[in-house]
Write a protein that binds this ligand. Sequence first.
Ligand code: GDP
Ligand code: ZN
Length: 307
Amino acid sequence: MQSETSRYQNFWGDVITKTKGFCTVLTKDDKLVMCRVKKSMYRQDERAKQLVVGDKVLVRFSEQDKQGLIVEIATRKSIFQRGSAKDGPPRTMGANLDLVGIVLSVKQPDFKVNLLFRFLLAANLGKVKPLVIINKVDLASKLEIDKVLTIIKSADLSYLLHSIDSHSSLLKLKACFKGKRVLLVGLSGVGKTSLLNHLFPVLNLKTGEINLKISKGRHITTLARMMCLENDYQIIDTPGIKEFKPYVLNKNLIGQEFSPFSRFIGDCRIKDCQHLTEPVCGVKEAILAGKLLAEIHQSYQNIWETS
Ligand code: GDP
Ligand code: ZN
């Protein structure tokens, strides 16, 4: 008769796909294990209901069923969350991320300043480093690109200009992604899929296609997935979206977390200054002194009013 210990194995792994009923966990020795969440976990840990791609989990694997049971979720180092309509719970798009690639096109669709800062705030609140990828630069004039760059530089953001026909920016992008877990976000049509195919031709992705073939040839539609490529890259692609709102749990934190303001908030008189109507505000002084674009403050105000 087999002992308890030989029938079960415990190991830590990363959630790489997530569907409603179950998820796939990648082990340290590159094995894929289908897992369900242990029922009692739903009572013990809020995150069990919202397990996400990138979560580090402890799996109890049954040799007999060839299935795993998730019994613990490690503390998340970082997350990227969006708010849901009608003030519902947040939707977490990935956990334990090193970088968020915020993809925006200069044209087709037009560059959207408010959207850039909405994505940015979500990265700031979730403690993920942002990289702004300005895509489709082949479609825009130098003047149009410079206008976008003025905003990005004023906000003190890391960025990269890219278009499908540029080999040099592709190499730079790949270097930025190497050894990191990267979540890519962007509106439908900004060229996220083309960019991924360009970076990793083996993917051969079609727009909006988030299907994955799993054992026995069955197709499942995953809500999200992490692609592990060339040993050194972990990319989480998110379905193209039409709009984005960051998840804001505590509105009073926005003013302190919004990174374009961080250089100036030391000069605000009030500790939790929201940089709106308060007297002696470092952010508003920076705008008056020409150190920060008023447009960035307008986007901030827009987020504040809609959060
Ligand atoms: P997604 O919805 O963000 O995944 O966008 P796609 O990758 O499907 O691209 C949307 C459209 O933009 C397609 O017709 C692409 O051929 C086109 N496209 C993508 N990247 C570029 C680019 O760098 N320059 C130009 N001119 N078109 C691009
Ligand atoms: Zn202030």
